[in-house]
Design a protein around this ligand. Sequence first.
Ligand SMILES: NC(=O)C1=CN([C@@H]2O[C@H](COP(=O)(O)OP(=O)(O)OC[C@H]3O[C@@H](n4cnc5c(N)ncnc54)[C@H](OP(=O)(O)O)[C@@H]3O)[C@@H](O)[C@H]2O)C=CC1
Ligand SMILES: O=C(O)[C@@H]1CCC=N1
Length: 280
Amino acid sequence: MTKKVAFIGAGSMAEAMMAGFFHSQMIEPRHAIISNRSSDERLTFLQDKYGVRTTRYPQALLADADFVVLTMKPKDAVSGLAPLIPYLHEHHILVSVMAGVSTASIVDVIGKKIPVIRVMPNTSAAVGKSATGMAKGAYATPQHLEAVKELFQTIGTVAVVDDEEQLHAVTGLAGSGPAYIYYLVEAMEKAASEIGLNREDAKELILQTLIGSAQMLKNSPKAPETLRKEVTSPGGTTEAGLKELQKHQCQEAFIQCIKVATNRSKELGEALRNQMLNQT
Ligand SMILES: NC(=O)C1=CN([C@@H]2O[C@H](COP(=O)(O)OP(=O)(O)OC[C@H]3O[C@@H](n4cnc5c(N)ncnc54)[C@H](OP(=O)(O)O)[C@@H]3O)[C@@H](O)[C@H]2O)C=CC1
Ligand SMILES: O=C(O)[C@@H]1CCC=N1
C-alpha cells in the first residue's frame, strides 16, 4: 500500500528527502504534505516544483499521514510539535531527523506513548545516496523500525545503531559529512584557478577524481592507506603535496572537525532538554 508522509519543516533536508523519495517512487508527490513556520514563498516553491500538498493546519497535515517527519531545527522542536499534539496518535510513526534530539525528548514533549524513530540522513538523499543512521525510541517496535528503514533505503544506505547515543557520532561523521567534502572541493577549485586551469576543465577533473576515488574505495579490497601509497611515488608530486598537508596537520584537523561536530550534536540535544525544563 502506498505510504503517506507529512513533513514538519520545509528546509533543505526536507527537500532533499522529498526529492529522493519521489525519484525512487517510494512516495508519490500527491501523498506528501509539507508545512513550515512562516515562509509562504517556500511552500509555493515546493508545491510548484514537486507537486506536493502544503498546509499549516495540523489536522490536515496529520489526517492521512503514516510517517510524520520532523524536519525543523532542534531549537524549534517544541514550537513545531505543540500544535500537532492533539492530532498525533499511536498509529503515526514519527521520524525525527533533528540533530542531537533524543527520542525520549520528543516523547516527553508530546506526552503520549508514540513510536519515534530517530534518523540521521544527509543531503545526498536528493540523489538517492544518503548515508543514513537510525535508532528506535522506547515506544517503537521492530516493525516500526523496519518500515522506516525500508523508506530510507530508497534514498541510500541505512545503518541501524543499537545505542541511540551513537547517532551523535553518525551526525558528526555522515550527517555533516557532505559539507566537509564540499569544503575540500571549494579548496580544489580555488587551487585550480590559481594554477591556471579554466573552470570547466577544473570542475570535470575534480569531479572525476572524487568519483574515481570513491569507486576505488568501494570496489577495491585495499585500505585507504594502501590506495594512497599507490599514488605516492617516492620523490614525486604526491609526496610533495602530502608533505604540505602534514605540515598543516590536515588529518588531525579533520579528526578534530568530526569530534567537534559530534559534540555539537550532544549540545543541541542538551539545549532542547534545558529549553523543555525552563518551560515547565
Ligand atoms: N541540512 C542537513 O544537511 C541536515 C539537517 N538535518 C536536520 O534537519 C533539520 C532541518 O535542517 P535544515 O533543513 O537544514 O533546516 P532549514 O533551516 O533549512 O529548515 C528548517 C525548516 O523548519 C521550519 N520550521 C521552523 N519552526 C517551525 C515550526 N514551529 N513549525 C513548522 N516548521 C517550522 C522552517 O520554516 P520557516 O523557514 O518558515 O521558518 C524551515 O522550513 C534540522 O533539525 C537538522 O538538524 C539532519 C541531517 C542533515
Ligand atoms: O549542521 C547541522 O546541524 C545539520 C545536522 C547534520 C547536517 N546538518
